[in-house]
Design a protein around this ligand. Structure first.
Ligand SMILES: Cc1cc2nc3c(=O)[nH]c(=O)nc-3n(C[C@H](O)[C@H](O)[C@H](O)COP(=O)(O)O)c2cc1C
Length: 193
């Protein structure tokens, strides 16, 4: 592994076994730049956010979740689109990440997003909403490319591999741009600290 390795925490916003977004995550792991080490941060064990729970101290799954995000150089979110937004399970995870107020584990974290949906918007509306949520989290989303895998059911084979060349090229470009984004924001942080 290269010494300038970039650690990327991946969040998959779907819990279902045959999720197209999980397939997109697996494909991304296969085509990621050599420098990038991607690991999944699961969200399926997180309790529903409840301020009473938080007051007692973070439940163990939440503490693990936040620790996995904290050690990452960047966060990569694979989001489905539910009712023109991100799924509730993903929002729940991001709500935990945003707490305590003003001390979000995502603060100043480089972030990128991509998504697949069975419809023609390819998660465009969910991603726009996710960008809005990033403002409160303090995460800094990569501007481009925007990767929307439309009509996703026809773009993965039975093994869950992405077979659509355009989506594959865009995914590779996004991962490559994320490496640059981590470097650019890292330099900016050094020059302003
Ligand atoms: C509750 C619910 C709401 C949905 N809303 C949308 C939507 O607003 N736009 C869209 O393109 N697809 C929508 N879909 C379809 C999803 O794109 C489709 O279920 C997709 O496969 C979900 O991603 P996954 O395979 O990674 O779980 C919705 C699905 C569900 C279950």
């Amino acid at each position: 592994m290269p010494s300038n390795r970039i650690e990327v925490a991946a969040i998959v916003g779907s819990l279902r076994q045959h999720s197209v977004n999980r397939s997109l995550f697996r494909t991304s792991m296969l085509v990621a730049p050599e420098r990038m080490h991607m690991y999944e941060v699961p969200i399926d064990r997180l309790p529903f956010y409840n301020e009473d729970l938080e007051r007692q101290s973070d439940p163990p799954p939440v503490a693990d979740f936040k620790a996995s995000l904290a050690r990452a150089d960047a966060v990569l979110i694979f989001t489905p689109e539910y009712s023109y937004s991100i799924p509730g399970v993903l929002k729940n995870a991001l709500d935990w990440a945003s707490r305590p107020s003003g001390r979000s584990v995502m603060k100043r974290k480089p972030l990128a997003m991509l998504g697949a949906s069975i419809g023609r918007s390819g998660t465009m509306r969910a991603q726009l909403h996710l960008r809005q949520i990033c403002v409160q989290l303090g995460a800094i989303p990569l501007p481009a490319p925007e990767v929307y895998v439309t009509f996703a059911e026809g773009k993965f084979n039975s093994l869950g591999e992405l077979t659509d060349q355009t989506s594959l090229d865009q995914t590779k470009q996004l991962l490559s741009n994320l490496v640059e984004w981590v470097e650019v924001l890292g330099k900016l942080r050094k020059s302003t600290s």
